[in-house]
Ligand binder design. Structure first.
Ligand SMILES: [Zn+2]
Length: 342
């Protein structure tokens, strides 16, 4: 092969490469124009396609239709990526305070009503929520006055460990019993009252000095006086209904008498008053000299002695008590109050 023909061959190859490059270039331009038109932002020239952001809305600021959006205006897009990173990164001072405040969960009190001198105390259960131990103080307050009746220092408490506080209604330092009414347990840490989570029941309970002495359905019969020197209140119920001490104390008398039938006199602890229960069954009465708690069985409803139909004849005697120098006082109103909360 001579030099000329070789040169011509090289030239043809060069022309072929140039032609291929041009075809490739045109194909690229067409492809980009095509994708732009597919996103609805097609403009007549490929130059505008590259300078105008495809995401830019045509008239975000309410421009008249047909006005092309400014090519350098990224405003509508800017906040979108900025927002999600800003919210979790920025700490909310209130949220942080909420997290650090003491909080308790699964709080509850049982029973709903507690009686002075009863075996059943007000028992408060709760968990410390959160993830750090705290020194806790539990207060019992009388709801109507807000006065603190008792304090329990629990020391350092780990979260999630079931706590239990029981209160018998007595004040600190042997100062007798709290007043009657609604009470509540409250938890404090570092002087701050703990918030209570929604899975909690009430922290309140009723505290009373006496309970109603009959455990069953009942109706009121003759009251005090009743035209014949009746010294008590009769309460009718099904024969055998359990009778409990309205107020605990020492059993002063356990006896039988032709009018009273089988009866019991209890020297109510801390009052000087005597509570008298008559017309009972013979059995199940506490012996004289023993101590009974509020709510403990003192007998069962019957018609022993001079009685028509099974009923409890109940008397209240002022200090110093039944045939000890006291006198019978009308028991109907107190009985009905006790009935209301028992
Ligand atoms: Zn009677």
């Amino acid at each position: 092969m001579d030099l000329r023909s070789r040169a011509a061959q090289i030239h043809r190859r060069f022309e072929l490469i140039v032609a291929l490059l041009i075809i490739a270039g045109v194909a690229l331009v067409l492809a980009s124009a095509d994708s732009a038109s597919a996103s609805g932002e097609a403009t007549t020239t490929p130059e505008t396609t590259t300078t105008t952001p495809t995401e830019a809305p045509p008239s975000a600021e309410g421009d008249p239709a047909g006005t092309p959006p400014p090519a350098t205006e990224p405003a509508p897009i800017e906040p979108v990526p900025a927002e999600p990173s800003a919210t979790p990164a920025e700490p909310d001072p209130l949220a942080a305070r909420r997290r650090s405040s003491p909080r308790i969960s699964s709080a509850r009190v049982s029973p709903a009503t507690v009686f002075l001198g009863s075996r059943r105390h007000a028992v408060f259960h709760f968990d410390l929520a959160g993830n750090r131990a705290r020194r806790l103080l539990v207060k019992v307050v009388k709801v109507s006055t807000g006065k603190v009746k008792k304090r329990f220092r629990l020391g350092r408490v780990e979260p999630g460990q079931r706590q239990r506080v029981a209160w018998d209604g007595m004040l600190a330092g042997g100062d007798g019993a709290s007043g009657q009414g609604e009470h509540a347990f409250r938890v404090f840490a570092g002087g701050e009252r703990a918030a209570v989570s929604r899975d909690s029941e009430t922290q309140r309970f009723g505290f009373y000095g006496n309970r109603f002495p009959l455990l069953g359905r009942h109706t009121y019969g003759d009251g005090f006086g009743a035209g014949r020197g009746h010294q008590g209140q009769d309460v009718f119920a099904t024969c055998g209904t359990r009778i409990v001490a309205a107020r605990g104390g020492r059993v002063q008398t356990k006896a039988y008498q032709s009018a009273a039938g089988y009866y019991v006199v209890i020297d109510a602890r801390g009052t000087g008053q005597d509570y008298v229960y008559m017309h009972m069954e013979r059995g199940d009465r506490p012996r004289a000299g023993s101590w009974v708690r509020t709510g403990e069985t003192v007998g069962h409803e019957s018609d022993s002695g001079d009685a028509t139909g099974c009923h409890l004849h109940f008397e209240l005697w002022t200090a110093p008590g039944w045939y000890e120098g006291g006198h019978a006082r009308p028991p109907t109103r107190p009985l009905k109050r006790w009935d209301g909360w028992s």
